[in-house]
Design a protein around this ligand. Sequence first.
Ligand code: HEC
Length: 195
Amino acid sequence: MRIRTVGAIMGLTCASTVLMAQATSPGSPSLWKSVQGVVKSKLLLPGSRRFQPGSRNADYYTIDGVNTTVFRYVRKQRSVVHCSHFPVGSVLIKENYNKQHKLVNITAMMKSPGYDAADHNWVMANYSPSGKVIAFGKIQACIDCHAIAAKTDFVFAPPPANLLSASTIHAFFPGKRITAPYQRLLKQNARSVLR
Ligand code: HEC
């Protein structure tokens, strides 16, 4: 009897823990819904433009979309380079297109309180164009590279304001070639390279 009671309490505790986790951080279907909302709204990260140059063939062109929370915040700060604390509920996405303008995948990040304090509380995700989850949560590769932009709360200012060096790109994507437009950006904006 006693054991059962403890079991019931444990059950309750577990259930409420799950509910709390859902309240503070999105599951992958709910983040995908937000991603679709951003795509539909066509709201861009201030300073970016549609089909700007990406660094590799898998992201030859990129589109940086945001929800209104991010849009208002970045507008207020005037540029991503002045943004050090993105508000809770911020959603940013990067649509990656190949050279033929075919959508390859969509990465997303959402600011969730208490999710991963050491890494600025971003839930990271990578979706196929139809919304299949390629990766979700605390994705180390995303975190490691976005940590280069720690001053701006793990968000990169759109090219050419922030660029990655060729050696960083090669370290994360061994064997991948850097696109000619991105190489040109690197030559013309050497000071924009984050280290
Ligand atoms: C090798 C470094 C690197 C890795 C790995 C990486 N990113 Fe990024 N990401 C960038 C850079 C640089 C930009 C800015 C380029 C642009 O705006 O098109 C960017 C842009 C973004 C954006 C738009 C917001 C912003 O920071 O400008 C999102 C969202 C994003 N990445 C999510 C992810 C997710 C999720 C992953 C892992 C699945 C990931 N990234 C992996 C370097 C990286």
